[in-house]
Write a protein that binds this ligand. Structure first.
Ligand code: RET
Length: 227
């Protein structure tokens, strides 16, 4: 593996461990007493990703498919952590449990179908990409059309919801675009370039996310509305 990839993966792992530290600080904050159990889910986001990056930096779980290297832990990380990122935004909005779990399940489907596309050849690759991208659009619709209906009834968390909504809604658009340009898609960007871009993007998707929850922690009522 190239040194550039090892360095990028290591930087990402360290940055994600900073995210774990932020969640620790959040758990110790007296604001969160009533919702400690819900906050604990946040540990998984940077924690599982940090572990995945350590494994990827050690070249564990790398397979070669159609001449391209595929990091399986990238997809294992995404299938575990991205449902939490989007589901937590729904929880902050005050969405009922069925919406939070539903959006998380749809997200996991998007990733699994995307992995299927990455491991396929020929037309199946693009069919898989299309279906996964379609599910991504459904997620965006839920994030921008459904969750706000609930968020409006939870004024105290509205600002945090808007931050998380835009963080997830805007940043994630980069992922399918990068996939298209990567060797798994059209191959305009090298495997090394793709690996580096994703390493930093994953870091930006996760550590700032938990940091925003930390900065807005006062919005979690000591007497929560829907605990
Ligand atoms: C794939 C390829 C198929 C089409 C689509 C994709 C979307 C991936 C996304 C990933 C988000 C990852 C995050 C990681 C955080 O660390 C699977 C690339 C739509 C949206 C936020």
């Amino acid at each position: 593996m190239s040194t550039a990839i090892t360095v990028s993966y290591s930087i990402s792992a360290v940055g994600l461990l900073v995210g774990v530290g932020i969640v620790f600080a959040l758990m110790r904050s007296d604001r969160v007493d009533a919702e400690r159990g819900k906050f604990a889910w946040l540990f998984i986001i940077p924690g599982f990703a940090a572990l995945s990056y350590i494994l990827m930096a050690a070249e564990i779980g790398v397979i070669t498919v159609n001449g391209n290297e595929v990091y399986l832990f990238r997809y294992i990380d995404w299938v575990v952590t991205t449902p939490l990122l989007v589901g937590y935004a729904g929880y902050v909005a005050g969405a009922p449990r069925k919406w939070v779990l539903g959006v998380a399940a749809a997200d996991a489907m998007m990733i699994i179908i995307g992995l299927g596309a990455t491991l396929s050849t020929g037309i199946a690759t693009w069919v898989g990409f299309g279906v996964s991208a379609g599910v991504h659009l459904v997620l965006l619709a839920i994030l921008y059309l459904v969750f706000p209906m609930f968020a409006r009834e939870h004024r105290e968390r509205y600002r945090l919801f808007k931050i998380l909504q835009n963080h997830v809604g805007l940043l994630w658009i980069a992922y399918p675009v990068i996939w298209i340009t990567s060797p798994a898609g059209l191959g305009y960007v090298s495997a090394v370039g793709t690996a580096m871009i994703i390493a930093y993007l994953d870091l930006v998707a996760k550590t700032p996310y938990v940091y925003f929850v930390w900065t807005e922690r006062a919005s979690f009522a000591v007497d929560p509305v829907d605990a």
